[in-house]
Structures are given as C-alpha cells and as structure tokens.
Design a protein around this ligand. Structure first.
Ligand SMILES: [Zn+2]
Length: 64
C-alpha cells in the first residue's frame, strides 16, 4: 500500500477563500457566528448583525 501525504480538506481551485479561512463575526442579537458573505465584501468592517432581521430586532428583548 502506498500512502499519500496530502493535506486533509484541501480542495484544488475554487473562488475566494475556503470557509475556514473566511472571516467571521458574532451577531450581538442572536449570538451566532456568521461568516463573510460576498454581499458584504465592501462593507464587512461595518457589518454588525448577521442579517437585517437581527438588525431590526436589536433592542427587542422578548420575541421568538
Ligand atoms: Zn443574528
């Protein structure tokens, strides 16, 4: 048997960075991490909430 020495999880080609390499933030509303998205390419530094939904929910304590 011949063992290959490859990098696990390394995919050839692809656009942009792999999910593990992409930046991520924690949404202050739902406390969930969200990853970089293409639509945030220009405003990633200004992005605070994972979605508009959370953005609108900020301040609201109760809810589901
Ligand atoms: Zn959120």
């Amino acid at each position: 048997m011949d063992r290959r020495r490859g990098d696990p999880g390394q995919r050839p080609g692809g656009k942009g960075l792999p999910p593990s390499q992409r930046p991520s933030k924690i949404c202050p509303v739902c406390q969930r991490p969200f990853s970089w998205r293409k639509k945030w390419a220009d405003v990633w530094e200004q992005v605070i909430y994972c979605s508009e939904r959370c953005r609108n929910r900020r301040g609201s304590a109760s809810g589901g």
